[in-house]
Design a protein around this ligand. Structure first.
Ligand SMILES: NC(=O)c1ccc[n+]([C@@H]2O[C@H](COP(=O)([O-])OP(=O)(O)OC[C@H]3O[C@@H](n4cnc5c(N)ncnc54)[C@H](O)[C@@H]3O)[C@@H](O)[C@H]2O)c1
Length: 409
C-alpha cells in the first residue's frame, strides 16, 4: 500500500467519523489537507466552465485536477491558467483520473442544455458525482433518465440552480425556519433581462438560433427553482406567452414574454412573469420574489441585493392590528447586503455542493439536486403545453419516486 492510498483511507475514515458524530465541513479560511479536498474534473470550459473553474480553484473543499473541452484550445487555455491537465474527450479525462470525485458538466448545446445528457450519463456510469449546469437538459426524457441514473447508481447529481444561494435567500430560509412566515399564501416572481426596443438584438448563436423556446427552456429553471425552493411542489400550470411588436416585425420567433399562473401542492397560489430584454423591469431589479405567508411576508430584490421582511399585523414585536389604519402594515425590516454582483452566486452554490458531498448528506437532502432541476423542467414543459393549447390548465408530470436508502434513517 503506497502513502497516497494510506492517506486516502485515512481521509475517508475521518470523513465517516465526522459524519457519524454529526460534524459537518463548513467553509473556513484554513486550508484543508489536499487529501480531504474533493477532486474535480470540468467538462466544457468556454464561458461558464471557466467561472466554475475559478470557484473550485478558490475553494478549500475542492482540488481542480483536470479540464476537458472538445475544442482543444479552450481546454488548453483553462488548463494552463489553473495548472491542471487538459483533455479533449471526457472518456480520456475519466481514464487518466480514476480518483476524480466530481465531474462538473458545464457544456451548453441546443437551448443551453442539449449537451448535458451524454457527459452526465458517462460520468455517472464511471461512478462519479456530477454537478450539471442548468437546464438539466432541453429534453424532458433525458432529464428523467439522468435523475433515474443518479438514483440507481447512488451518486450525487446536483444542478447549478445558483440564484437561491445568496444572502437574501438564506435570510428568507431562516424566516421560514423561525416560523415568521407561516403558511405561504402567495408567491410572486418577476424576472427579466433589462431591455426594450432601442437595445433590441436577436438572441444569437447556435444554442439559440432556430429555437423559439430558447428563453423558456434555457432560463425558467431559475425562477421555477426559486419558487419551488420556498413554496414546494407545483401541481397546476397555466400560461400565456408571446413577443412584442419589434420582434414580430423582424420575424424573430423567440417566445420571449411568459406569464405563468401556478398552484402549489400546499394550496399556495403563484405567479411568474419572465421576459428576455423586451422591457426594463421597474421595482425589484432584474428579479424580485415576494412570498406572503399567514405570519409575515418577505421580498427579495435584485437577486443578491436586498431582503425585506414585513411582519403580519399582530406578529411578535410588530404593531397590533387595532393601531393600524386602513391599508397600514407594521414597519418592515430591511436588509441590504451591499452586494450587486450576480456572479457571487457561483462560488456560493458550488461550495454548497462540495459541502453536501464532503459531508455525505443523504441524497434526498442534497441542495439543488438533479431531481429539483427535473421539477423545474417538468414545470417548463407544462407551461409550454399550456401556451400551445391556448392557455389550458396543465398538471405537470409527477416526479419520480426515489429509492429509499439506509442513510435516510
Ligand atoms: N447558472 C447560471 O447562472 C448560468 C449562467 C449562464 C449560463 N449557464 C449555463 O452554463 C452552461 C454553459 O454555458 P456557456 O455559455 O459556457 O456554453 P457554451 O455553449 O458557450 O460552451 C460550452 C462548452 O462546452 C464544450 N463542450 C460541449 N460538449 C462537450 C463535450 N461533450 N465534452 C467536452 N466539451 C464539450 C463546447 O466546446 C464549449 O466550449 C449552459 O448550460 C448554460 O445554460 C448557467
Amino acid at each position: 500500500m503506497n502513502n497516497e492510498t494510506i492517506m486516502l483511507i485515512f481521509a475517508r475514515i475521518v470523513k465517516e467519523t465526522c459524519r457519524s458524530i454529526g460534524y459537518t465541513v463548513k467553509r473556513s479560511n484554513a486550508s484543508l489537507p489536499n487529501t480531504m479536498a474533493l477532486k474535480i474534473g470540468i467538462t466544457g470550459v468556454k464561458g461558464i466552465g471557466n467561472t466554475h473553474a475559478d470557484a473550485y480553484a478558490k475553494d478549500d473543499l475542492a482540488e481542480l485536477v483536470a479540464v476537458c473541452d472538445v475544442v482543444r484550445e479552450r481546454a488548453d487555455k483553462t488548463a494552463e491558467t489553473y495548472g491542471v491537465k487538459a483533455y479533449y474527450r471526457l472518456c480520456d479525462m475519466l481514464d487518466a483520473h480514476p480518483d476524480l470525485d466530481i465531474v462538473d458538466v458545464s457544456t451548453g448545446g441546443d437551448e443551453n442544455g442539449g449537451w448535458h445528457y451524454e457527459p452526465t450519463m458517462e460520468a455517472l456510469a464511471a461512478g462519479k458525482h456530477v454537478l450539471v449546469e442548468k437546464p438539466i437538459s432541453n429534453r424532458i426524457e433525458e432529464a428523467r433518465e439522468m435523475v433515474e441514473s443518479a438514483d440507481e447508481k447512488d451518486r450525487y447529481l446536483g444542478c447549478n440552480l445558483n440564484h437561491y444561494f445568496t444572502e437574501p435567500a438564506e435570510r428568507a430560509d431562516r424566516l421560514f425556519a423561525e416560523g415568521k412566515i407561516g403558511e405561504p399564501v402567495f408567491c410572486l416572481h418577476r424576472m427579466g433581462f433589462p431591455g426594450g426596443e432601442f437595445a433590441y438584438k436577436p438572441v444569437g448563436g447556435p444554442n439559440a438560433e432556430g429555437f423559439p423556446y430558447f428563453h423558456v427552456k434555457a432560463f425558467l429553471a431559475h425562477p421555477f427553482g426559486i419558487m419551488r425552493h420556498f413554496c414546494g411542489d407545483i401541481t397546476h400550470v397555466q400560461a400565456f406567452m408571446g413577443r412584442p411588436g419589434f420582434r414580430r416585425r423582424e420575424t424573430d420567433l423567440l417566445v420571449s414574454v411568459n406569464s405563468i399562473h401556478l398552484r402549489f401542492a400546499s394550496g399556495c397560489i403563484g405567479y411568474l412573469f419572465s421576459q428576455r430584454g423586451d422591457a426594463t423591469m421597474g421595482l425589484g431589479g432584474w428579479w424580485s420574489l415576494e412570498v406572503g405567508g399567514t405570519k409575515g411576508t418577505f421580498c427579495i430584490e435584485n437577486c443578491v441585493e436586498k431582503m425585506t421582511y414585513f411582519p403580519a399585523p399582530g406578529a411578535d414585536g410588530s404593531a397590533s392590528p387595532e393601531n393600524l389604519g386602513l391599508g397600514q402594515a407594521p414597519e418592515p425590516e430591511v436588509f441590504h447586503t451591499g452586494v450587486r454582483d450576480f456572479k457571487t452566486t457561483f462560488p456560493r452554490r458550488i461550495h454548497a455542493f462540495l459541502e453536501d458531498v464532503a459531508n455525505a448528506v443523504p441524497k434526498h437532502r442534497l441542495r439543488a439536486s438533479g431531481r429539483d432541476a427535473l421539477a423545474t423542467l417538468e414545470y417548463t414543459f407544462a407551461a409550454i403545453e399550456s401556451f400551445e393549447s391556448g392557455g389550458a390548465l396543465v398538471r405537470p408530470h409527477p416526479l419520480p419516486r426515489r429509492q429509499r436508502r439506509a442513510d435516510e434513517g
